[in-house]
Ligand binder design. Sequence first.
Ligand SMILES: [Zn+2]
Length: 243
Amino acid sequence: MQADRYKVHDIEAVIDRLQVVEDRKERLSTSLQTALKMGNGLVLVAKNDDHEAFPYSKHLMDAETGLSYEEPSPNAFSFNSPYGMCPTCTGLGYVNKVDMEKVIPDDTKSINEQGIVPFGEVRDNWMFQQIRAVAKKYKFSFTTPVKAISKEALDVLLHGSKEEQFKMQVNGNNYEFAFEGLVNLLDRWYNDTSSEKIRQWAEEFMTVDTCNTCQGARLKTESLHFKIAEKILQNFLIWIWGH
Ligand SMILES: [Zn+2]
């Protein structure tokens, strides 16, 4: 059979056609085993009349959606292990989130008066050149009290712009840029482990909150899908395995 080598193919092979009756049990069993072997644990059973196919799998996977699970191991139920921990909070169950009360403690102050605290004192640097371009586009100034800056503009300052919608000129060169947003900057600086000083500074504007990915359960999503009597298996199987 010729198959285009640059395309991904689903190749199905018919292993057997048979009527399911009592005295063909042996043949049915052998054919299924052959099919599972050829299909690496996946088999389709099709009806003879309308060819409607039903997928079955030997693996821990949903044959319809393709969502698969690794074989459960003790590590998968430990939030201390990279195999089990929630990747968002690294198994802590909580995350540090930017706290707006700490970022803008007094919204009657302007950017010049450090109304948006993490921006700090106005300087002539790259970041303030960007903030100036945002201010120009949204028609506010560095003396506008933060509470008088439009919701749309404040949202860009805090959460960033999706597209490169701002223009600025630096040393005669034109730049078009997307503003990263203060919250994203703080998150990035906080998670940047290369400088403990920067991390500690960013942490001043953060507050502890339950992890949204695992809802505080500390395990990765796949592990949380394993349940006994509707209970998740957080560090529980380790105990069984260990005793
Ligand atoms: Zn989590």
